[in-house]
Design a binder for this molecule. Structure first.
Ligand SMILES: NC(=O)c1ccc[n+]([C@@H]2O[C@H](COP(=O)([O-])OP(=O)(O)OC[C@H]3O[C@@H](n4cnc5c(N)ncnc54)[C@H](O)[C@@H]3O)[C@@H](O)[C@H]2O)c1
Length: 431
């Protein structure tokens, strides 16, 4: 029976490589939709957590993991040979940047080598990791074909960008439309059938390159618009205009405007990184991606700007930054999640330290941070106040923070997220 029919009959077995923020929700959702799934990860700790029915991703409830594992629909494993049974192998591994801002495809290449070792006729191989246009065709396909089988003849090959939005209760795997681009029409067709098992809407495009570019358009759109509004925030500050008031009024326009908000800088595994995959690739075509570079400059200057605002706030109260106690509220890269990857809070802490401040932090989702030079344990807001903090800086506006209480407890508050909207005090400094 061919793969499409096996999928329709719920007989196909799926393999997911990389059980992180992207791979785990997909693997659990497949298992819950009666697709037997092998979840492979190199991280022994993650696999043993899952095998014990425990989730480490807040958006994936442990009960769902336990149910999927106990019914035998999900098999978490560190054994790559288990993937031999899979009819579909879906690769969801990290795609970071090197220090030079060049793409680091080493995780993808390793995962594709693992896949090549079990590749057989009739399989569907999908890459989901965000990457530059051409990766599936130029990097993934040659590694797979080195074994003698040919894409489009012996196996199916596709790219499908992931759009997961951690912490978003409205949009999750099932109701986020999934874009799919195959190496050939048959690959697009069978990959669509695969995603229909778990996703309400599948959107086919003409090629793997188009699908790769879709994701980069989406993330570059965000990076550039955030860069534009960050620049507007700096401009408004100089001109004595409240940027937040301006955005709130502008967004009443019912067409042709979409609000973006300034902040302490970009964070997470996507927006600060992915556009540079595109600008790197564009250079090979002798094309300079000017918007991307400019947005990158503006966005990466925001932590420095935040620290300057803290210095200004202290200065207004006749205090130097050097030697002051600064308490950072929120270190996750965005509201209500526990992820600190690329978080601007880490840069803010580093820059405050460099200028001689004594820094502490509170984050109900992040009990400690280990990131390069930052090995810090969070403290309670009460302890920070008791220790004599001179200024609080709201870097991440978690909903659980008691904002009126924060304003009442600290001598000064710098608010980078407009979390204190509606609270009036001369001790509040907004971005
Ligand atoms: N997190 C997001 O919000 C998000 C959203 C959309 C797209 N993406 C993209 O999805 C991809 C994965 O991101 P993520 O956030 O899930 O990363 P992650 O770090 O949370 O998870 C990746 C997992 O892959 C595992 N891994 C690494 N190399 C492996 C290998 N060779 N074999 C098996 N497992 C391996 C790691 O142990 C880890 O568990 C990236 O390209 C990212 O840009 C992420």
């Amino acid at each position: 029976m061919n793969l499409k029919k096996r999928l329709e009959a719920k007989e196909a077995v799926a393999g997911v490589i990389g059980l992180g923020y992207v791979g785990l929700p997909l693997a659990v959702e497949l298992a819950r939709n009666n697709v037997r799934t092998i979840g492979f990860d190199v991280d022994v700790r993650k696999v043993s957590e899952l095998a014990a029915g425990r989730s480490y991703i807040p958006d994936v409830p442990s009960e769902h993991v336990a149910e999927a594992v106990n019914t035998g629909m999900l098999t978490p494993t560190t054994d790559p040979a288990s993937l031999a049974e899979a009819d579909i192998i879906d690769i969801c591994v990290p795609t970071p940047l090197r220090k030079t801002k060049d793409p680091d495809l080493s995780y993808v290449v390793k995962a594709v080598e693992t896949t090549a070792a079990v590749l057989r006729k009739g399989q569907l191989i999908i890459l989901e990791s965000t990457t530059y246009p051409g990766t599936t065709d130029e990097v993934v396909r040659p590694v797979l074909e080195a074994k003698g089988l040919k894409a489009g003849v012996d196996f199916y090959l596709a790219f499908s960008p992931e759009r997961v939005d951690p912490g978003n209760p409205t949009y999750q795997t099932k109701n986020i439309p999934k874009v799919v681009g195959g190496y050939d029409e048959a690959s697009t067709d069978v990959a669509q059938e695969f995603y229909r098992q778990v996703v309400d809407t599948v959107v086919p495009v003409s090629s793997t390159r188009a699908a790769e570019m879709v994701k980069l358009l989406e993330n570059t759109f965000r990076a550039v618009n955030i860069g534009m509004v960050n620049e507007l925030a700096l401009m408004c500050h100089r001109m004595g205009i409240d940027v937040w008031e301006v955005i709130d009024a502008a967004k009443t326009k019912p067409f042709g405007f979409m609000p973006f908000y300034p902040g302490p800088g970009l964070g997470g595994h996507c927006i600060p990184i992915d556009p540079f995959y595109l600008s790197w690739k564009a250079k090979q075509f002798n094309f300079e991606a000017r918007f991307i570079e400019l947005a990158g400059q503006v966005n990466s200057s925001m932590p420095e700007y935040v620290v300057n605002r803290v210095a200004e706030a202290l200065n207004a109260h006749k205090k130097p930054l050097n030697g002051s106690r600064i308490h950072v509220l929120g270190v996750a890269y965005k509201r209500d999640i526990d992820d600190v990857r690329e978080s601007p809070a880490l840069d803010v802490i580093e820059l405050l330290n460099r200028r001689g401040a004594h820094v502490s932090y509170s984050d109900p989702y992040v009990p400690f941070v280990e990131h390069g030079a930052h090995n810090m344990k969070g403290v309670s807001i009460e302890d920070a106040v008791a220790a004599g903090a001179d200024c609080a800086v709201i870097v991440t506006d978690h909903k659980v923070f008691d904002y009126p209480g924060i304003v009442a407890s600290f001598p000064l508050v710098v608010d980078t997220r407009n979390a204190l909207k509606g609270i009036k005090s001369e001790r509040i400094f907004v971005l």
